[in-house]
Design a protein around this ligand. Structure first.
Ligand SMILES: Cc1cc2nc3c(=O)[nH]c(=O)nc-3n(C[C@H](O)[C@H](O)[C@H](O)COP(=O)(O)O)c2cc1C
Length: 342
């Protein structure tokens, strides 16, 4: 795993955990850093929620002091509100501030945020410069390839971003119109990265370690981001750097999984006070991690039937440690989490 510099930011490796709403909270980000993610990004956080000092939103800004390479992602439609919120976000000590320009969700887009920012690109220069002027850490953006097939304009946005001092561009290889359908357009990402001046982080459909490895070995991108792949295989970052990454089978056993889960449990208890929140956070990850292991459907049922954290951890321990060396068999043709905020 080689450290990678993108502009002023030093990452532990060129494989970064992509932002995911409701998932990329400090507990999960800490675990992913431990398990080889070169860096992480928070879930998207509303600039207006910050400016109104909404407590739930303010809590989302939390960064654990053990997190080494984390950025905060903000969303919103106007540069002044974003700049004001970015200043507040700096109090958490993020390594960078990222602007969400990829969220396809109607509620966000109709207000002009997320991927709607890719539509009126003449407004982008002042938008970026407003935020940039407010912060003393690098400004970064995460985009899609364009709004729809008739308006693929990531290349134009990169030029504006470059002029305004943005540090890098992460790109999910789908248009907004595609949402999560079809495949990420890696031909476009590679051409985009080749012609760009800014460092480009490629993202989309790197669900398995061998795919990430193959892409890393032959890409014009400076780094890659993985989102959903880390949910069904929390070891995807580590595995991508091992020679066995060519194989589809996990190199990690049920015991390894439980060790990681125990660590996640500690981090989750340290991140949240409310028992209910800890339970909800843990359960969904423990179920996703089990994908493809024998008996995962039954395990899922017992997880959601469990009443408290202690029982949840007991069931998880029995299940994972009982797996031995059972291989994971995931059907990657089946749709998995085909909605999200970027
Ligand atoms: C549940 C979920 C939540 C997401 N939330 C965000 C988000 O908050 N910000 C963002 O920029 N992208 C978000 N995304 C998009 C991912 O960062 C990533 O671009 C997309 O999932 C494609 O990468 P993948 O194929 O590795 O999953 C989300 C995706 C999912 C599945």
């Amino acid at each position: 795993m080689n450290p990678t510099s993108l502009g002023q930011i030093d990452f532990g490796s060129p494989l970064i955990l992509a932002p995911m709403a409701g998932i990329c909270t400090p507990n999960f980000r800490l675990l992913m850093e431990d398990l080889g993610a070169g860096g992480t990004v928070s879930e998207l956080i509303s600039c207006h929620g910050i400016n109104y000092e909404n407590q739930k939103t303010m809590d989302m800004l939390k960064i654990d002091e053990r997190e080494n390479r984390v950025g905060i992602q903000l969303f919103g439609e106007d540069g002044e509100s974003m700049a004001k919120a970015a200043k507040v976000a700096l109090r958490s000590n993020p390594k960078f501030i990222d602007i969400n320009m990829g969220c396809p969700v109607r509620k966000v887009v109709t207000k002009g945020g997320g991927s709607a920012l890719m539509k009126n690109i003449e407004e982008l220069a002042p938008f970026f410069s407003n935020v940039k002027a407010a912060i003393d850490v690098p400004l970064t953006i995460k985009i899609r390839t364009g709004w729809d097939a008739d308006d693929v304009n990531a290349d134009k946005i990169e030029k504006i971003a470059l002029n305004e001092g943005v540090e890098w561009v992460a790109i999910h290889g789908r248009t907004r119109a595609q949402q999560y359908t079809g495949l990420a357009n890696w031909d476009y990402i590679e051409e985009f990265a080749q012609n760009a001046t800014l460092p480009i982080i490629g993202n989309g459909d790197l669900h398995q370690a061998h795919q990430a490895r193959a892409r890393m070995d032959a890409t014009n991108c400076k780094a890659l981001m993985i989102a959903r792949g880390a949910l069904r295989n929390p070891f995807i970052f580590l595995e991508s750097f091992k020679d066995g990454a060519q194989s589809q089978n996990s190199l990690f056993t049920g015991d390894d999984y439980f060790e990681a889960i125990d660590r996640l449990y500690q981090y989750t208890c340290e991140t949240y006070e409310r028992e209910r929140t800890i339970l909800v956070q843990l359960r969904k990850l423990l179920v996703w991690f089990a994908a493809g292991f024998p008996g995962c459907a039954k395990f899922r049922g017992s997880m959601f039937a469990s009443q408290d954290i202690e029982e949840t951890m007991k069931i998880a321990q029995a299940y994972y440690t009982g797996l031995g060396n059972s291989p994971k068999k995931i059907n990657y043709d089946e749709v998995f989490m085909n909605s999200g905020h970027g």
